[in-house]
Write a protein that binds this ligand. Sequence first.
Ligand code: ADP
Length: 505
Amino acid sequence: MDNPNEIEIPRIGAMVEEAELLAEAVVDTVTDSLLLLDSGLRVKFANRSFYRTFSVVPRDTIGQLVYELGNAQWDVPKLRGLLEDVLPTNGRFEDVDVAHTFPAIGYKVMRLSGRKLERRPSQQPLILLAIVDVTERERALDALHASEERYRTLVETAQDGIWTIDGAGNTTFANPSMARMLGTTVEEMIGQPSFAYVFEEDADRASELFGEKMSGAREPFEFRLRRKDGSWFWASVAGAAFHNARGEPVGLLGAFRDITERKLAEEAAARHADELARSNADLQHFAHATSHDLREPLRTMCAYAQLLLRQYGGKLDDDADQFLGFIAAGAERMDKLINDLLSYSQATERDGCVVRPVELQKTVDWARKNLATTIKEAGAEIAHDPLPTVNADELQLVQMFQNLLSNAVKYARPGEPPRVHIAAQLRGNEWIVTVRDNGIGVPADKREHIFGIFKRLHGPEIPGTGIGLAICRKIAENHGGRIWVDSHPDGGSVFSFSIPVAEER
Ligand code: ADP
């Protein structure tokens, strides 16, 4: 057996052979295109990649002057410059990009490296040219660069503040708007814990939201931030977590907007609404109390004026009888006014509105019953289409129909019996209920006016207090609807009110 420690020394010839084989294999398999040129810049050798890349065959390549290769496609001024410098300076060049439209393969960016290969003094040197097609890489880089620049410009010029923090909550990036909002500089922000800028009272909530965002929540939220000088402002933040290549959250990106003005306006509006509700309640209370209290002495006045009239009527002179009559009528009218005012103040109590499904038909019947005498005396005819069930406060709807029907009868044309027709129509998501009459109608310029409190178009020749329609308007509003009047083409008026259809649950 041979001694294992004895190393077999290879023959030089064999080594050279192997090196040649290796060199050949390498040259043949590399993806770079290789050209070996003689000192006259004629091709001595080209590898497989060269033929494949430039779509040429050996017959048209070997022995050709490099500039004349494949329809002179390599006759590029830049290459000429490079090759002509390399030999005299014994130099090399590396990674020189040549952008050129090649006849056979179109526009390409080729990255060239070349070097002079010195041989024995008797032999002319050779030049090795390595060519890599970097067109796609360059294109991708260009696109990346353009995209990066686009985003950078967007972020730098955005009016919103843009702020990124890492998983530990420290600032990794801020745009100038963000720094401006916080009254500091971008440089000062970088590396700082973001919580240093959160208003103390909102810190717990902000840290909770931070956790939610890191686990994927995207909804915008609002909290207060503190400026460098200690003052604070409301910010609305739209943000989301961003991830590494493995999809793990590594930080948060947020777009911030100063919404202090809006917040303050909202707070002021809420305060205002509160105050309004309070003062409304006070007013209602006042109206209620005064109407009650006022009626008491009024009743006494009324009763004694009538007593006087009964006992002393005809015993005094005519004037006195007339004056007593005025006092009694005035007191009675005042009582009616106060009573209506009380109804109005009750109708404005929206909280007292009990909404449930109500058959309109029933409320109409009820109102007609309450007005039976008036209707009979006037010889009025009241008809209606089939009516729906709506979501409403039953008592308020009875009151609505009672007011509209009594007006339809009261404002009839002299000598013409009142004809009233009630109908309901579904329009969009509301019922439009109409009460049409054949009466005297409402002049076009008074159609808004008459819904105001105490607004009447008549003197004492037609009794009334001018509150009925104001109550109707309140009732319509209590139900989220409106009320209005149109004139009917045949004369008369059409009063319409709307009631929203209840949402299906
Ligand atoms: P009142 O009937 O007590 O005067 P309302 O508030 O009910 O008060 O009505 C206000 C005014 O609107 C009335 O004075 C009248 O001029 C007018 N009006 C109301 N209903 C009708 C109607 N159906 N036809 C014509 N005018 C009407």
